[in-house]
Design a protein around this ligand. Structure first.
Ligand SMILES: Nc1ncnc2c1ncn2[C@@H]1O[C@H](COP(=O)(O)OP(=O)(O)O)[C@@H](O)[C@H]1O
Ligand SMILES: [Mg+2]
Length: 247
């Protein structure tokens, strides 16, 4: 597969699987390869300005320093974006505004990484602005509207085979290409991690070590290409080889 350009969705099998750190790794690798990279976070939730919590955009800017980062809407409560907007009495995300923004950003940058919220089918905003509650749009709809592929970030532990298969099946039925990346490969390996890696469905395009997100940014940027395939601007021929237990 050729290296990805234009809009690319970064989704996952669940919330907290490492989408942000994987986005930073791809952004760092593509930037090092000479691309102008933009990162867009359509809906950031769980960030209450009163507590000064760090946003995904801030994490990515610090670790990867891509040419551009932006957050389109931020909501205080840690909920799905459609619910976070409702609870806060704030404007919900509009699919076509997000599509237009990402398309516009894609005219100015080589690669646009769009980090979803939670997993693929999380409700992002109302499908029809005038009819709240009448169905929601999700990151799958965004990928279809953009004609963009999706990176699926997965866990290493028990349950990941089902979650990864479900997510890939949902992508396939929408005609979206899916690339699998393991978000955090444990340092202390158990049998289940190794068997999961053998049985993980889809095409594995990356494997990040646990602790990647806590690396010093210079170390992170130097290390990131080693975790990803050439399709994601890395130098790793086979991410499964990164998982071999130490002798
Ligand atoms: N490879 C990793 N190394 C260290 N911490 C990680 C790694 N992947 C995820 N995390 C941590 O796990 C939590 C969830 O990761 P995050 O990237 O925010 O997930 P998501 O974006 O999918 O919600 C964060 O606290 C993050 O720092
Ligand atoms: Mg995130």
């Amino acid at each position: 597969m050729d290296a990805l350009t234009g809009p690319v969705l970064i989704t996952g099998t669940d919330t907290g699987v490492g989408k942000t750190i994987v986005t930073a790794a791809i952004a760092a690798s593509a930037t090092a390869a000479g691309l102008r990279v933009a990162v867009v976070k359509p809906g950031q939730t769980g960030v209450d300005p009163a507590y000064g919590e760090v946003t995904d955009e801030e994490v990515i800017a610090r670790l990867a320093a891509p040419a551009s980062t932006r957050t389109l809407a931020a909501y205080p409560d840690p909920l799905a974006p459609i619910a976070a907007a409702r609870v806060a009495g704030m404007a919900a995300l509009d699919l076509y505004t997000v599509v237009d923004t990402v398309k516009h950003v894609a005219t100015e940058y080589d690669l646009v990484l769009v980090e979803g919220a939670g997993g693929l089918l999380v409700p992002m905003g109302p499908r029809i602005a005038a009819m709240p509650g009448g169905g929601a749009w999700n990151v799958g709809d965004l990928a279809v509207s953009l004609g963009a592929p999706a990176v699926v970030v997965t866990r290493a532990g028990l349950g990941t085979l089902n979650h990864t298969a479900l997510t890939l099946e949902a992508l396939e039925r929408r005609g979206i290409t899916g690339l699998v990346v393991l978000g955090a490969w444990p340092a202390d390996l158990e049998l289940v991690h190794l068997t999961n890696l053998d049985d993980l469905p889809g095409d594995l395009h990356g494997l990040l070590p646990e602790g990647a997100g806590t690396m010093e940014p210079g170390v992170f940027r130097r290390s990131a290409p080693g975790w990803l395939t050439e399709t994601l601007y890395g130098s790793c021929d086979d991410p499964r080889l990164l998982a071999e237990p130490e002798e």
